[in-house]
Design a protein around this ligand. Structure first.
Ligand code: NAD
Length: 266
């Protein structure tokens, strides 16, 4: 039987990518599409812009989640917390991709997962999840004789550096070496830096154009170099990961999971 999906924040960038993904997937069925009352999309037929015959109209009625299997949330923390409460009451599982929660909110999400299963992950890309795992493994195998550098490139509008994913990759490499990234990270080099210190993990940032997100971890040893690279080309990668997470929940009743669980790494 098809998994009945609710998409919230449906008029957002991720909401649109999720809609497209659900319509293209035979195992999933759109049960409801929600957004905030002020959204210009309220009342619109969601299938129309994708050329799909769907009865679903964008609504702000939270009761529309009743009878659904999984609610997928990429909105804002304050909205997510309302949906967490509603899903807890209605017996609906959740995939939460929203970022920026404070600790108290994360605890509420964990508590809610004791009633209905939740996948909660700040990066739903299947490729990035795999990369994190590979990077840790490679660091473990190659060890201290290989110098580790993390290189990332993003579009010209990105305001922070290095990217959150680059930081997580550095952390994964440090864990593979049994170290704490705080003790070995080098975030910038300029001028007379002296020789590279053994055991450090370096970061380099490139910015330009419309690059969605490229990440490479380099392990430079004596006589060889290993490079592990991920390149994101669209938001579809996050949407497809979220849909994979929704399917993963089909045989889970309770519990809090992340993308490592979804991909079977744990
Ligand atoms: P966006 O601004 O394009 O869309 C946000 C949507 O949420 C809009 O439709 C908006 O109307 C809706 N919304 C906001 N407040 C609401 C409320 N109170 N009630 C109901 N709906 C509300 O943002 P986006 O780029 O789609 O990103 C959304 C979230 O997903 C962000 O937190 C972003 O960091 C996160 N994100 C996570 C991943 C991941 O892999 N986990 C990937 C991309 C984005």
């Amino acid at each position: 039987m098809n998994t009945k999906i609710v998409i919230v924040g449906v008029s957002g960038r991720m909401g649109m990518a999720l809609l497209e993904g659900v319509f293209a997937d035979d195992e999933l069925m759109l049960h409801a599409a929600l957004d905030r009352a002020e959204s210009a999309y309220i009342g619109r037929n969601v299938g129309a812009q994708f050329g799909v015959d769907s009865e679903v109209k964008v609504s702000d009625e939270i009761a529309a989640i009743n009878g659904a299997d999984v609610l997928i949330d990429f909105t804002r923390p304050e909205a997510s917390m309302q949906y967490v409460k509603a899903c807890q009451q209605a017996g609906v599982k959740m995939v939460i991709g929203t970022t920026g929660f404070i600790e108290a909110e994360k605890i509420k999400i964990e508590t809610a997962s004791k009633d209905n299963a939740i996948v909660f992950a700040p990066n739903m890309s299947v490729g990035v999840t795999l990369l994190l795992n590979l990077v840790e493994q490679a660091a473990k195998v190659l060890g201290d004789d290989y110098d580790i550098e993390v290189v990332e490139m993003h579009h010209r509008h990105k305001v922070d550096a290095p990217s959150g994913t680059a930081l997580r990759l550095g952390d994964a490499a440090a864990q593979g070496l049994g170290r704490n990234i705080k003790d070995c990270a080098v975030y910038a080099r300029e001028g007379f830096t002296g020789e590279r210190e053994a055991g450090k993990i370096g970061f380099a940032t490139l910015r330009g154009g419309d690059v969605v997100g490229d990440h490479t971890v380099i392990y430079a040893g004596t006589g060889e170099r290993v490079e592990i690279t991920h390149k994101a080309s669209s938001r579809a990668t996050f949407a497809l990961g979220a849909l994979r997470a929704a399917k993963f929940l089909s045989n889970k009743e309770t519990g809090l999971f992340d993308m490592q669980d979804v991909l079977g790494f744990k």
